[in-house]
Design a protein around this ligand. Structure first.
Ligand SMILES: Nc1ncnc2c1ncn2[C@@H]1O[C@H](COP(=O)(O)OP(=O)(O)OP(=O)(O)O)[C@@H](O)[C@H]1O
Length: 417
């Protein structure tokens, strides 16, 4: 069963005619001026099953908000259809579904009624909503006196407490402080765990990876790829790194189906490889008990050796080799760089070199991937000669059952106070 079915969805806006064309048309009283169209979104198709979560990514103006508005029925599509099979709660427009002259309390009932709740159902959830919003006595003030942050708190509190089948959130509206943002993310996670479907727009790839299983990448209103969140966001970041305005050449033009991008297969190396390739990383080896270790024991001494060729003519004082260990969602868990540990280590070198990082494995049981990069650190923004994401995949095992991502040596003492 699908909870949301989006088919060939598109939204076109008329473009204003050029001033000369309008004038000529009026003067000559000819037929109406032909208006050009601008497609903010076009050719988007996908379906969502209950409990799935999709992050929508894309640069500014790529059509993310327009797509969400079409999906929620806030505006009609120019072409295509949206079939909704459940209660959709959305957080898209500041103040949508709120009456500025009503108090916060009254608006909770109004907003919940628009989402299909009876007054009794809202009454039963009211205390929870009020506690989540944390706006205190302002609950009985008209919402026109609210700051945008207070507005969002109340709107999110309602949307996330009406037991939605689908929660649609445009993160651009998350104007709350860091603590409230963290609270919202925790709440979204809890809703997901209880089976709620999520559609989430964000510029923050890290949050999309944390909250979503799949990602849809839009470019100029068109879908570029949809599929496994890590794979699609990696391709997107690679594209952002290249940072040109040409349409992406590396991925096929697709209509939002999942076959566009292969799901992550951690056994396959590398997931991503980009950079200017002026210098090159030639070989690497994660040595634990064995060469190219695919299993590392917690507490084991680990050595990563990276062989590379320094870019010809580049000042080696600004050269750095870095490694990152990520979880399979792409979160950086450990980042080590010669730039931080031994800055200027490459002063005076040229041609083929080797660098070794030695450390004790303190990550607990799990599957991880390794990123290796050859970097230009001459400016604050890192430029990559080579960036190899998924250069190596390995698991960490542990004799003792340990919880948490890290397990560090700790001394515990007990005394009478
Ligand atoms: N009412 C409108 N009339 C004409 N063009 C519009 C209208 N609303 C949006 N657009 C255009 O449609 C395109 C997509 O806008 P949209 O807001 O959906 O992008 P977005 O990906 O959400 O951007 P951002 O990341 O900046 O929020 C943009 O070029 C925008 O200028």
């Amino acid at each position: 069963m699908t909870i949301l079915e989006v088919s060939n969805l598109g939204k076109a806006y008329p473009l204003k005619p050029a001033a000369g064309a309008l004038f000529r048309s009026l003067l000559l009283k000819r037929q109406a001026v032909q208006l050009d169209e601008f497609w903010a979104v076009r050719g988007v198709s996908f379906s969502l099953s209950p409990g799935e979560s999709v992050g929508i990514i894309g640069r500014n103006g790529s059509g993310k908000s327009t797509l969400l508005q079409l999906i929620c029925g806030i505006m009609p599509p120019t072409e295509g259809t949206v079939q909704r099979n459940g209660r959709i709660a959305s957080l898209l427009e500041l103040g949508a579904g709120f009456d500025p002259d009503f108090t916060g309390r009254e608006n909770v009932f109004l907003n919940a009624a628009l989402l299909g709740l009876t007054a009794e159902e809202t009454e039963a959830k009211f205390d929870e909503i009020a506690a989540f919003a944390e706006i205190g006595r302002f609950l009985d003030e008209p919402v026109k006196t609210y700051s945008s942050g207070m507005f969002v708190r109340l709107a999110f509190a309602v949307a996330s407490h009406v037991s939605p089948d689908v929660l649609v959130v445009d993160e651009a509206l998350a104007v709350g402080d860091a603590r409230f943002s963290a609270k919202c993310i925790k709440r979204i996670r809890a809703l997901r765990e209880s089976g709620c479907t999520l559609l989430f727009v964000s510029h923050d790839v890290g949050i999309v990876r944390t909250l979503c299983d799949r990602a849809l990448w839009l470019e100029s209103g068109r879908p570029v790829a949809m599929g496994d969140v890590f794979t699609v966001t990696s391709k997107y970041m690679e594209r952002m790194f290249e940072d040109t305005d040409d349409p992406p050449a590396s991925l096929p033009d697709v209509t939002g189906n999942d076959e566009a991008v292969e799901p992550v297969r951690p056994q396959l190396a590398p997931l991503n490889h980009w950079g200017s390739h002026v210098g090159s990383i030639r070989r690497w080896n994660l040595r634990a008990l064995s060469e190219n270790a695919s299993v590392v024991e917690y507490g084991e001494n680990v050595c990563l050796e990276v062989e590379f060729t320094a870019p010809a003519g580049f000042d080696p004082a600004h050269l750095a080799v870095s490694l990152s260990i990520k979880d399979l969602k792409g979160t950086d868990l450990l980042v080590l760089s010669t730039h931080d540990e031994n800055r200027g280590a490459f002063g005076g070198i040229s041609g083929a070199c080797k660098v070794a990082f030695e450390f004790v494995m303190r990550l607990t049981e799990g599957k991880y991937l390794l990123v290796i990069a050859l970097e230009d650190r001459s400016t604050e923004a890192i430029q990559y000669f080579e960036y190899i994401e998924g250069a190596h995949y390995f698991s960490v095992t542990s004799q003792a059952r340990r919880f948490g991502l890290f397990n560090v040596p700790v001394a515990v003492s007990v005394s009478k106070s």
